[in-house]
Design a protein around this ligand. Structure first.
Ligand SMILES: [Zn+2]
Length: 256
């Protein structure tokens, strides 16, 4: 009986050793994780086609919470209302996002005054939790998502189109005369990682996991968002998004 026991112990030990090595490899590989490399520049251009970008500033005080265009302020450093130091995140973003989250935002207007667009870039910090499904934020802010679809926008000098997710939103409110009204808007976005681009949250999660396990790195992902008003029961905003995004896209590419 003695040899049998001995021989059965060896495969057992082998399995333990194999698990130990695999476990070590997993810890080692995921342990090296963070890399500071991002797939884009954290800066919005002054001009996107016919749109000119204006800097926006936010009061971080919860009770004040005002927002301004920088050019309207004599002193862009402090809130004229309450004296708090102004920044580029509103109170909700500042309280929800990790402190090292990068953000760039501009309000883009055209000389003809049509189709103003609010553009934002959010770049994840070290803990990579800055970026979550935009749908969650939108519904939390009282917007109802009435439609969501992926649009493909042709880009000059690239075979693959840019894929952008477009959410049609509506928010009910009461007019001063007491009648119910609805504000209709859109929110459009895509994600960018190092050498990766997708409009799908699930695809982004997949690539994050893939890069972590296969390459042992966790890059800083960014998301680019555009929002504005839309006409109810019309798809006209899709063309506006396509015009803007196709001209914004090349300005965000890293030149290395
Ligand atoms: Zn204030």
């Amino acid at each position: 009986m003695e040899p049998t026991q001995k021989s059965s112990r060896w495969p057992h030990l082998f399995v333990i050793a194999a698990f130990a090595v695999a476990g070590w490899a997993l810890v080692f590989k995921t342990g090296v994780a963070a890399s500071d490399e991002a797939g884009i520049v954290l800066q919005l251009p002054a001009q996107v086609g016919r749109w000119g970008g204006l800097d926006m500033l936010f009061c971080p005080d919860r009770d004040c919470g005002r927002q301004y265009l920088a050019e309207q302020l004599e002193n862009p450093n402090v809130c004229p209302e309450c004296g708090a130091p102004l920044g580029n995140m509103n109170w909700a973003e500042r309280s929800m996002l990790p402190a090292d989250t990068g953000m760039a935002r501009k309000y883009y207007v055209r000389p003809d005054g049509r189709h103003p667009i609010h553009a934002t870039i959010v770049l994840s910090g070290d803990d990579r939790s800055s970026i979550h499904r935009p749908q969650v934020c939108m519904t939390a802010a009282g917007h109802e998502i009435t439609a969501s679809r992926l649009i493909r926008i042709p880009l000059a000098g690239r075979d693959e189109p840019l894929e952008v997710m477009v959410l049609d939103m509506a928010r009910s409110y009461q007019r001063p005369d007491g009648k119910p009204a609805s504000y209709t808007s859109y929110y459009a976005y895509w994600f960018v990682g190092k050498n990766r681009e997708t409009a799908s949250h699930i695809a982004r999660m997949f690539w994050m996991g893939y890069d972590r396990v296969v390459h042992g790195v966790s890059h800083r992902w960014a998301y680019i968002a555009m929002s504005g008003e839309r006409i109810p029961d019309s798809d006209a905003h899709l063309q506006v998004i396509a015009d803007f995004a196709s001209q914004l896209h090349p300005a965000l590419l890293k030149t290395e």
